[in-house]
Ligand binder design. Structure first.
Ligand code: SF4
Length: 351
C-alpha cells in the first residue's frame, strides 16, 4: 500500500509490558507539525504527544504539510484566508500574495494517494489544515467570520466524506476522542472488507458485528439500515429491486456504498449514557437463563451507577465481558460493541 507523506518513527510495545505488538497499524494521516516537525510558518511545531506516543502504537502516522510540501519555505510569512467575491483565497497577510494555487495543485496531486488512509488528524485553526472555525478575513483585514475550513482540510473532507477526520485540539475531549477513534477502526475494517470486493455475506457480517455499536450511537440509523439490507439477494449476492419505501439499488456495490455512508453518518455523534445503558441491558438479557437473580442484579446495579455518572463505562462493559467469558456466546463474542478497539487506548475509562 502506498500512502505517501513521511512516516514518523513509532515505538513498539514489548510483550514484557503485557501487550503484543499490533500486527498491522492502521494508516492515519496527520498534519506534520503535530508530530513535532518544525514546518510551521515560524519554524516551530505543534507537537501532540498524544498522537505521537499514545496513538502511534496502533496507527501508522503519515505526515503531510500542505504548505511546506507544496514548496513554501520554512520560515515563511504568516498566511490567512481572504474572501474575494465568491472565492476563498489563501494569502500572505503582509503582502496579499496569493498562494491558493500551490496548495490546490499539491492537494490535487496528493489526495488520490490518501484513499489508503483510514483517518486524519488535523492541526487547529490553520488556513490550510484547520478542521473548523478557521477565520476568514476581508481584503482589508477585518474578520468576516470564523466558520471556515482550511483549504486542504476542505478538499480532504470533500474527497473522502466518510473518512474520520478530527481536529487535534478536540482530541482532548474524551467523548470526541472516543468517537473519532472508534470511527477510524470501523472505517479501516470496512476498507479491508472492500479491498477484494464486497459480497452480500461480508456486508451482512459487518452489519451483524456492529449492530450494538450502532444502536449505542444512533438508534435512528440502526432502524434505517436493517430494512435497507433486506434488499440483499443472498442467493446470487446482488442487490434486489425496490422494496417498500427503500430506494432501489441496481448493484451490490451501490447498495454497500449507500449503506456505509448512512452508517458512518450515524456514528458521527458521540453516544449518550442512556443509549449505552439501553444496549448493555439488552446484552445482559442474553444471560438471563444462566445468571442467578443476584448476579444479574449486581451487573444491573453497575449499569445504573454508570447512568448516574458514578462509574465509567468501562466498568459495566468489563462485567459483561467477564460474564461472556464465563458463558460463551458466539453471537455476542463477535459484537464489536464489547471490544471496539484495544483496551490499552483507555478510551472508555473517562466516559
Ligand atoms: S498546520 Fe498544516 S500547513 Fe500549517 S504547518 Fe501544520 S501541517 Fe503545515
Amino acid at each position: 500500500m502506498s500512502v505517501g507523506g513521511d512516516k514518523i518513527v513509532v515505538h513498539e510495545i514489548s510483550e514484557e509490558q503485557g501487550e503484543q505488538t499490533p500486527v498491522r497499524r492502521i494508516p492515519v494521516g496527520i498534519s506534520a507539525c503535530l508530530t513535532g516537525m518544525p514546518v510551521r510558518h515560524d519554524g516551530g511545531h505543534k507537537h501532540s504527544r498524544y498522537c505521537t506516543q499514545d496513538l502511534s502504537a496502533y496507527f501508522d502516522l503519515h505526515t503531510f504539510c500542505p504548505e511546506h510540501d507544496s514548496g513554501l519555505p520554512v520560515p515563511r510569512p504568516a498566511m490567512h484566508l481572504v474572501e474575494r467575491g465568491d472565492a476563498l483565497r489563501m494569502e500572505v497577510i503582509k503582502t496579499s500574495e496569493d498562494v491558493t494555487g500551490s496548495i490546490d495543485a499539491w492537494s490535487k496531486e496528493h489526495l488520490p494517494h490518501m484513499s489508503a488512509l483510514s483517518g486524519f488528524v488535523l492541526a487547529s485553526k490553520s488556513p490550510s489544515c484547520g478542521f473548523e472555525r478557521v477565520r476568514v478575513y476581508s481584503p482589508k483585514g477585518d474578520v468576516l467570520r470564523r466558520d471556515a475550513q482550511g483549504l486542504f482540510a476542505h478538499k480532504l473532507m470533500q474527497a473522502f466524506p466518510q473518512m474520520p477526520v478530527e481536529d487535534a485540539g478536540r482530541l482532548f475531549d474524551p467523548s470526541l476522542r472516543e468517537n473519532f477513534l472508534a470511527r477510524v477502526f470501523i472505517y479501516d475494517e470496512w476498507t479491508q472488507l472492500c479491498r477484494d470486493g464486497i459480497t452480500a455475506k461480508k456486508l451482512i457480517e459487518f452489519h451483524t458485528r456492529h449492530k450494538f455499536q450502532l444502536l449505542a450511537q444512533s438508534e435512528k440509523t440502526y432502524r434505517k439500515l436493517g430494512p435497507m439490507l433486506s434488499q440483499l439477494n443472498l442467493r446470487n449476492g446482488s442487490a434486489a429491486t425496490k422494496e417498500g419505501n427503500q430506494p432501489a439499488f441496481s448493484t451490490l456495490e451501490e447498495l454497500a456504498e449507500a449503506y456505509f455512508a448512512i452508517f458512518m453518518d450515524g456514528m458521527r455523534q458521540p453516544s449518550k449514557r442512556g443509549s449505552h445503558v439501553n444496549v448493555m441491558l439488552h446484552l445482559l438479557g442474553f444471560f438471563r437463563t444462566v445468571l442467578s437473580g443476584t448476579e444479574r442484579n449486581s451487573i444491573k446495579t453497575h449499569i445504573e451507577a454508570y447512568l448516574r455518572g458514578e462509574l465509567p463505562l468501562i466498568v459495566p462493559i468489563s462485567l459483561l465481558r467477564h460474564t461472556l467469558q464465563r458463558y460463551p456466546n458466539d453471537y455476542l463474542k463477535n459484537q464489536a460493541y464489547l471490544s471496539p478497539y484495544p483496551d490499552a487506548l483507555g478510551l472508555r475509562n473517562p466516559l
